[in-house]
Write a protein that binds this ligand. Structure first.
Ligand code: HPA
Length: 259
């Protein structure tokens, strides 16, 4: 798979970003862009969710080579763990050492209003499926790492784009949670809820790739307000914050130290 990326783009970088639902505008800022649709990469699956376009964009930001993956794979689309984590295994093959993994998520906190960006400082697995092999947690985990979170805060101050921190709770979907499930997850200590990212973070940790998870809180989770949830609201909020989001993510990618 990595040969296809190399042959289309000559990519030699160490940094990548996975862009979740409606958050795909960051590569608009890239220079020297090459677009590689997923179908050009032999063996690579194709996502089916609205707001996920299914392409790699290779380019530079401030002279740094970056690989962006627009579109990911979820359990609820019928993909299994090896398929969901294939993007991370591809990044590993390419020699990536830092990845930002983004998602849209529901907010479980009234003070994290829709449009809030949240750096993941932990996760809860509320899928209740038998888990795949878990990464070995060494003394200095490569995810939820305090140095990476500190970098996110520094870039937030320098760009003026606010970022909060919190615990992301992973659910299987595709249905949004019931209000009672939301109360349950709040009691467990979750700040946001979504249907992705955790398997990717686990696989990145296992393969020795440092990662930062960033959620765009697109809506209040079910039952927090009276408004019904919809995927259109998710896309609409992501669209409203996309410039702020891209500014912050670009800055973190530029500043991250991969040496
Ligand atoms: N729940 C689960 N996943 C989501 C949500 C939500 O409220 N919003 C965006 N992705």
């Amino acid at each position: 798979m990595s040969e296809a990326i190399h042959s289309y783009s000559g990519f030699q970088g160490k940094k990548a970003v996975i862009l979740g639902s409606g958050l795909g505008s960051l590569p608009d800022q890239f220079e020297n862009k090459t677009i590689i649709p997923y179908e050009k990469v032999p063996g690579y699956p194709k996502p089916s969710v609205k707001g996920h376009s299914g392409e790699f964009v290779v380019g530079t930001l401030n002279g740094e080579e970056i690989l962006a993956a627009k579109g990911r794979f979820h359990y609820y689309e019928g993909f299994d763990f090896p398929e969901i984590t294939l993007p991370i295994r591809l990044l590993h093959e390419l020699g990536i050492s830092f990845v930002i993994i983004t998602n849209s998520a529901g907010s479980l906190r009234k003070d994290y209003h829709p449009g809030t960006l949240m750096a993941m400082n932990g996760h809860l697995d509320c899928t209740f499926i038998e888990g795949p092999e878990l990464p070995t947690i060494n003394k200095k985990p490569r995810f939820y790492n305090s140095e990476i979170l500190a970098l996110a805060k520094k870039c937030s101050l320098e760009t003026g784009v606010q970022i909060k921190e919190g615990v992301y709770c992973w659910t299987l979907g595709p249905a949004y949670e019931t209000p009672d499930e939301v109360k349950f997850i709040q009691n467990l200590g979750g700040d946001a809820v979504g249907m992705s990212t955790v398997p990717e973070i686990q696989m990145a940790g296992k393969l020795g790739i440092s990662s930062l998870g960033i959620s765009c809180l697109t809506n209040y989770a079910s039952g927090i307000t009276k408004n019904p949830l919809s995927h259109d609201e998710v896309i609409e909020t992501a669209d409203k914050v996309k410039n702020q989001f891209s500014k912050l993510v670009a800055k973190i990618l530029i500043e991250a130290d991969t040496n």
